[in-house]
Ligand binder design. Structure first.
Ligand code: S3P
Length: 435
């Protein structure tokens, strides 16, 4: 689908975000293997929601949607009937994780511990993403996993059960891999330790601890032992990765003020706020509070005079999904911005270094591809043009925001990709420009 976005004279309004995709998937998966029932409210929207619900449904878990939920007061919530650590049933067909790397890798950690046969796969993009990064540690724990192309790609065929704890030195910072091993670890005998090279998002650790897992965290070392989780209601915070598009839009637009409510600001995820602040962004964090085990705030972002910055090293995992949007911010900042150490971007839902450079260049940005990142020299303005989402939700939304700031008209081919994480994105975009 092609969408057209026109440069907006003014951006103003209040944004309500979909639930955080990472926290949503963990809330559904961990409650499925907990004992007792749990209500999950403000679940993420879009195809990634469907992916985790269909995988857990395929494993025999009952998850039902309820409107005007009496227990939580939420407009919509999901009742997950946890079956305990041994309550999953062998799926009678292939589990389909769609476009979701998180669902695939977290579910694979769970399947590694089940005494049955299962196959997990996904769409074309997912089937090209590296799975050896989970196959290696899960096999070392005792699971039997086969994948295509030298055991590196999905579909993955898994016969699990009888796992033993390992100590796993992660070669790259990845919360998906860390979580996969920890989920296997709460089913294994002995201790399972993951050592992180840099801190990646810690939602799994927070949620497991709150649900009663035997987990210890000592600097970069996270250890778990066999545990039975207790069901826990989760009110999912708004997705900071979705907020990033509006933050960037407000900061680079010359006449903008946006309020974004209920944003998850977990420090292991909030790299986008740090990066924008280091560029001189006019951002205020208000009403900071804890919802469950996650910090949440309202954020006000306004037109700013941005300048270039460097995003590298430990800052990268904390902003990994927000780098395309930050590249857009850098395209309109004064001076040069360098993004380094971000090779992982090449193996997301698309090659995000290539797709970001192609998209922003077509609107007149001065942006160069590097093996592990991008070099961006700010320009005075972007000019509307035709571009492509590369089938990637974050690229579709980055280009839509670029279109809001650019002069004239921008057409985005493959715009439907935004539905993977943010189906309400276009409605919100229209509401902010039509006031
Ligand atoms: C995620 C972790 C990140 C991120 C992805 C969601 C998660 O991937 O890019 O969108 O929920 O754990 P990696 O862990 O592979 O870096």
């Amino acid at each position: 689908m092609i969408r057209t976005v026109r440069g907006a004279a003014r951006l103003e309004g209040t944004v309500t975000l979909p639930g955080d995709k990472s926290i949503s998937q963990r809330a559904i998966l961990l409650n499925s293997i907990a004992s007792g029932n749990a209500h999950v409210s403000n679940l993420c929207h879009g195809d990634d929601r469907a992916s985790i619900l269909s995988c857990m449904g395929g494993l025999g878990i009952s998850i039902t949607a309820h409107l005007n939920c009496a227990q939580t007061g939420a407009e919509e919530c999901f009742l997950v009937q946890g079956q305990g650590p041994d309550g999953l049933t062998e799926p009678d067909t292939v589990l389909n994780a769609g476009n979701s790397g998180t669902a695939t890798r977290l579910v694979a950690g769970l399947l590694a511990a089940q005494p049955f046969f299962s196959v997990v796969t996904g769409d074309e993009s997912l089937r090209s993403r590296p799975m050896d990064r989970i196959i290696t540690p899960l096999s070392e724990m005792g699971a039997h996993i086969l994948g295509r192309v030298d055991n590196s790609l999905a579909p993955l065929a898994i016969r699990g059960g009888n796992l033993s704890g390992i100590s796993f030195d992660q070669p790259i910072a990845s919360a998906q891999v860390k979580s996969s091993v920890l989920i296997a670890g709460i089913h294994a005998t002995g201790e399972t330790t993951v050592v992180q090279p840099a801190e990646s998002r810690d939602h799994t650790e927070r949620m497991m601890r709150a649900m009663g897992a035997d987990i210890t965290i000592a600097g970069p070392r996270i250890s778990v032992r066999r545990s039975t989780l207790s069901a826990m209601d989760v009110a999912v915070p708004g997705d900071i990765s979705g907020a990033a598009f509006w933050l960037v839009a407000a900061c680079v637009h010359p006449d903008a003020r946006l309020t974004i409510r209920n944003v998850g600001i977990n420090p292991t995820r909030a790299g986008v706020l740090d990066a924008l602040r280091s560029m001189g962004a006019n951002i205020q964090i208000k009403n900071v509070r804890e919802i469950g085990d996650e910090p949440v705030a309202d954020i006000v972002a306004e037109s700013s005079q941005l300048h270039g910055t460097e995003i590298a090293g430990d800052a990268v995992p904390r902003a990994i999904d927000e780098l395309p949007a930050l590249a857009l911010a850098a395209s309109l900042a004064s001076g040069t911005t360098t993004i380094r150490d971000a090779e992982e971007l090449r193996i997301k839902e698309s090659d995000r270094i290539m797709a970001t450079v192609a998209g922003l260049s077509s609107l007149g940005a001065d942006i160069e591809e590097r093996p592990g990142g991008m070099t961006i020299r700010g320009v005075d303005r972007l000019k509307g043009a035709s571009c492509d989402s590369a089938g990637d939700h974050r690229i579709a939304m980055t280009m839509a925001v670029a279109g809001l700031i650019a002069t004239g008209e921008t057409t985005i081919a493959g715009a439907e990709a935004a539905d993977v994480s943010y189906p309400g994105f276009w409605r919100t975009l229209n509401s902010l420009t039509s006031q």
